[in-house]
Design a protein around this ligand. Structure first.
Ligand code: PAF
Length: 275
């Protein structure tokens, strides 16, 4: 496995590779990322993992400075999984003030985008830039960031990018909590409470499967349940899987984002309704 920090060096190294499978990350890798790297091997001869904490996708009051940076440990955990780790500096990625951005679709202003203005613009911009640098045949993303995956799919399709975007199942702790680099911000009591988010989504899923179709009532009950236990809720929404619009199709997804203390947690559950 090679660690490369320069764009030109990466391009030379990848010039003769044709089947590149790519996993973009912000580092501080956990089993969810390693699972993506493992799955990448099924899609390409050369597995590239990028590690870059992208300043463009953090708001001014967000955790860019505190975001855990653990490059040595990340490289150690990628041994045997990745062929190349690309870990550029901020200056390498943004040598001049960035003034050209991807304008993401309107859904980028809803759900997580409502609480994090500009987040998806910064995310899509760096992902497009990384695609242009790495030139992958396939790129893999986790479904925990469901809206991110949707926006990347839209970008790849509407901009005719020559990359196949694969969404992979969320990897969870044994109690059901979705793995996330931000889970380490949780205190002991918050960590015990955090699993409630997934339990709530599973309860909503069961109500939907039993025939509940009053989505507004389901959403507001879920928000009340979270608030009653001390969570600060950004949203709990029942949406279509295909376009993330309010649910009107059999294939739906319940998406939630809420804060416990200073930690913002995201999760979702897909539901397939029978007619
Ligand atoms: O999901 C992430 O870790 C980031 O948003 C991504 C896709 C690596 C872009 O910075």
């Amino acid at each position: 496995m090679r660690l490369i920090r320069k764009i030109d060096e990466l391009r030379v190294c990848l010039a003769s590779e044709r089947a590149i499978a790519f996993v973009p990350t912000m580092g501080n890798l956990h089993e969810g990322h390693l699972d993506l790297a493992r799955q990448a091997r099924n899609y390409g001869d050369c597995v590239v993992v990028s590690i870059f904490v992208n300043p463009l996708q953090f708001g001014p009051a967000e955790d860019f400075d505190d975001y855990p940076r653990t490059l040595d440990a990340d490289c150690a955990s990628l041994q045997g999984l990745a062929d190349i780790v690309f870990a550029p500096s901020i200056n390498e990625m943004y040598p001049v003030q960035q003034s050209v951005y991807v304008d993401p679709p309107p859904i980028a202003n809803e759900l997580c985008g409502a609480a994090r203005p500009g987040h998806f613009r910064g995310m899509a911009t760096v992902v497009l830039k990384l695609f242009n640098i790495v030139n992958p045949a396939v790129a893999l993303f986790g479904k925990k960031d469901y809206q991110q995956l949707h926006i990347i799919r839209q970008m790849a399709s509407q901009l005719s990018l020559p990359v196949r975007v694969i969404g992979c199942e969320t990897v969870r702790a044994p109690d059901g909590l979705a793995l996330s680099s931000r889970n380490q911000y949780l205190s002991g009591t918050e960590r015990s409470e955090a699993v409630f988010l997934q339990q709530l989504l599973q309860d909503m899923r069961h109500s939907l499967l039993r025939g509940e179709r009053d989505f507004e009532r389901l959403q507001s009950r879920a928000v009340e349940a979270l608030v009653g236990r001390g969570w600060r809720v950004d949203y709990v929404m029942v949406r279509n899987q295909s376009d993330l619009q309010p649910a009107s199709q059999p294939e739906i997804v319940v998406l939630a984002a809420a804060k416990l203390g200073k930690t913002r947690l995201l999760d979702n559950v897909e539901v397939f309704l029978s007619a």
